[in-house]
Design a protein around this ligand. Sequence first.
Ligand code: SF4
Length: 322
Amino acid sequence: MLIKSRRATQKFEPAYLRLFESGELKRRVERALALLQSCTACPRNCRVDRLADKFAVCRTGRYAIVSSYGPHHGEEDCLRGWRGSGTIFMSGCNLRCVFCQNFDISWQLRGAVTPPEKLAQMMLELQEQGCHNSNFVTPEHVVPQIIEALPLAIEGGLHLPIVYNTGAYDSMESLELTDGVVDIYMPDFKYWDSEMARKYSKAPDYPEVARRAIKEMYRQVGDLVMDENGLAKRGLLIRHLVMPADIAGTREVTRWIARELSPTTYVNLMPQYYPAGKVSRNEYTEINRRITLSEYERALDEAWGAGLKRLDPRRPSCLGIF
Ligand code: SF4
């Protein structure tokens, strides 16, 4: 399989440093906090006052809740490199899929309330440990809190690329805030079909929202660019979890990516689905199994057939499941 790497030709500097120096980042913090007052930070538009620590679907009030943070060696090679991706796992979620593989984090909110000073400290600690990037996992509902913490981290010397590791249920208001802040967008495009999104994530508008959000992400950062060591520095990396009985709509998703974004969009077709969360022998039985080898091979064929040219090559450990 031929995977073309686009190489960064200039010394990397994260985009947010320019916003910080111009004073724009300070204005973004003000706008971000205003979003929390009648919360429209994500497409749920709950309109609760999170500045007063009220919460709704995401069950997160004034401050982010962090379940854990540390160097992560399970991400794509271009993110984990050799010293790990500096992941910060946010608790709570605006989607709360029934098959969530982080059920205790997203549904049960395991973690610690984390004010901006502490969040900034986490980013700096991960940088100190040698991580290649600052990777926010499930950030959709805490974009304002991340923006609030960023100037503090920059004052402390943060210079890593920021990875926005999202389920793609993002509002345009949040993406306006992250424009010029996020270097690498990593949305997981979960469903093509609105009925599937309603059934498994209670978000019938998910496909429409995700398409709009991912287009905006691509507009902001373009195709994924790597440096001479194969580390991602800037751009879009789309994940797509291949699901049993094709409930994710892989054919349509990959065709849309090739047609509406670019055939050179970097895509990771993920085979590692396993039943979790609310999925059991009694509930959601149709997805109470792993995918088969032939289902995964079909998904790959569909992606190549759609014209995609940059599929993530690292699959061997996952293939062990078949
Ligand atoms: S971020 Fe949370 S409170 Fe705000 S709109 Fe989304 S789900 Fe609702």
